[in-house]
Ligand binder design. Structure first.
Ligand SMILES: Cc1cc2nc3c(=O)[nH]c(=O)nc-3n(C[C@H](O)[C@H](O)[C@H](O)COP(=O)(O)OP(=O)(O)OC[C@H]3O[C@@H](n4cnc5c(N)ncnc54)[C@H](O)[C@@H]3O)c2cc1C
Length: 422
């Protein structure tokens, strides 16, 4: 039946499945451009999500949404760089985002961040319905023309139609799962176990708000300062070393922490203030990022690995580009396949550059200068900047070799308007 729940209209320019960072950014920017947008999310926000450390590439879409000052006003912890205990000599080394030309990103609880972005999308005019699970796409003549969804506490399914449907459902991959296989990246078949601690010692002086990444023989720890008291601490190791059961992972977490150096000192008087959570087997790329009437963004398209905290930045950066492309496609549907093809190619190339770097960075037998040169080989082959600048640019999510930021569709829209002018 058509939906009249919560004032949901019968059709929209765009339906977005999922109100996480990818979906909320796509929806907010499309609403800002004057498009009618419906967002459906199965959860009620604020909702928990892992992924609390951000990188500078994330700031660009947030500036477009007008949110960066609100993040400071909310007291999100500014992140100026990172401290690594990584490489054969286990000597700590530090990087600062400013070396890549951007001063900072943030660390934040995702419940707060994701609600802030979703509320902004609502403020910009997107229609948001929470507690609304999308069950399946509606297809007509092989094209996705809408979705069926059900609101928690009701027993009826509602239908709603749109010119385009965006799959931003994260690892649920609601639409892309139906139309596309994924490639799993075996080098990044990992497991994570994490929890929250207070009363930790913080890193000293200028490193005070840095993320700490400490590598060990079999895995690595993240320590993300969320505010003056709380720190998120997680351990990541290869799936085959962790075994099949999650129940032993907390034991492994504490045993490995004993082997750490810098982290162990920070944790001397720490108190655990939440239960453990786990995740496994997460690195994949969808074969198809779009089809007739649908397109995906964020984790619904691909996910790398928590090392270097690229997930939210990639999701929101791609969302910002996708919103601009959809804005054109709504007016000129005949360019859809070509326009989404360019988006998919740019997204794939950008993603792969980061994935290849992360895979090679996992080799902890090398040293700082090696990792800097590795980054330069990937993103600055003509050596226009120093190796350490190339490293910072790459891990800021701002690499320039495969620019995601400038997808030009002018030729397509000009050709489309020439055809319609006759
Ligand atoms: C262990 C681990 C650590 C990580 N650490 C970091 C980090 O430090 N920094 C970082 O940037 N990234 C990190 N990430 C990755 C990051 O969490 C994701 O990349 C990011 O959340 C992707 O955003 P998204 O909007 O695509 O998906 P999500 O944030 O997952 O949002 C998807 C939304 O879709 C909704 N949804 C799903 N199915 C349906 C449905 N059927 N109907 C309606 N709604 C639906 C969900 O409720 C959810 O709100 C980490 C990931 C892992 C596994």
């Amino acid at each position: 039946m058509p939906s009249n729940l919560y004032g949901v209209a019968d059709d929209y320019d765009v339906i977005v499945i999922g109100g996480g960072p990818a979906g909320a950014t796509t929806a907010g920017l499309l609403a800002q451009a004057g498009r009618s947008v419906l967002v459906l999310d199965r959860e009620r926000f604020p909702r928990y999500h892992v992924g609390e450390s951000l990188i500078p590439a994330f700031m660009r879409p947030m500036e477009e949404l007008g949110l960066t000052e609100r993040m400071d006003a909310r007291g999100f912890e500014r992140k100026y760089g990172g401290t690594l205990v990584w490489g054969n000599e286990q000597i700590p080394w530090v990087f600062s985002f400013i070396e890549g030309g951007h001063s900072h990103a943030f660390h934040t609880r995702r419940a707060d961040l994701d609600t802030l972005i979703l509320d902004r999308a609502r403020e910009l005019g997107a229609h948001i319905v929470e507690d609304a699970t999308v069950k399946e796409p509606i297809e007509e003549d092989g094209r996705v023309v809408g979705v069926r969804f059900q609101v928690r506490g009701t027993d009826t399914q509602n239908t709603v139609r749109a010119k385009l449907v965006v799959d931003a459902s994260g690892q649920a991959r609601l639409i892309s799962r139906r139309y596309s296989e994924v490639t799993w990246h075996p080098e990044l078949r990992n497991v994570a176990v994490w929890s929250y601690f207070d009363n930790c010692e913080r890193l000293p002086d200028e490193e005070y708000t840095n993320i700490l990444i400490e590598g060990l023989n079999e895995g690595w720890f993240w320590a993300i300062p969320l505010d003056k008291k709380n720190i998120s601490i997680g351990y990541v190791t290869r799936a085959e070393l962790a075994g099949d059961s999650d129940t032993k992972l907390p034991e492994l977490f504490f045993a490995e922490m004993e082997k750490s150096t810098k982290l162990k000192r920070m944790m001397k008087d720490a108190r655990q203030c939440a239960g453990f959570r786990t995740a496994r087997d997460w690195s994949y790329t969808s074969h198809q990022f779009f089809g007739d009437g649908w397109v995906c963004v964020g984790d619904a398209a691909a996910f790398v690995d928590p090392l270097f905290s690229t997930g939210v930045a990639l999701a929101t950066l791609a969302a910002s580009i996708l919103a601009k492309i959809i804005d054109r496609v709504v007016d000129a549907p005949q360019i859809q396949a070509e326009a989404f093809g360019r988006y998919a190619q740019a997204y794939h190339d950008f993603f792969d550059e980061i994935r290849v770097f992360v895979e090679r960075f996992y080799d902890r037998t090398k040293y700082k200068e090696f990792y800097h040169s590795l980054a330069q080989e990937l993103v600055d082959p003509d050596h226009e900047n120093t190796p350490s600048q190339a490293f910072v640019t790459l891990i800021s999510g701002l690499s320039g070799k495969h620019p995601m930021f400038h997808i030009n569709l002018d030729d397509l829209t000009e050709a489309a308007s020439a055809v319609s002018a006759g």
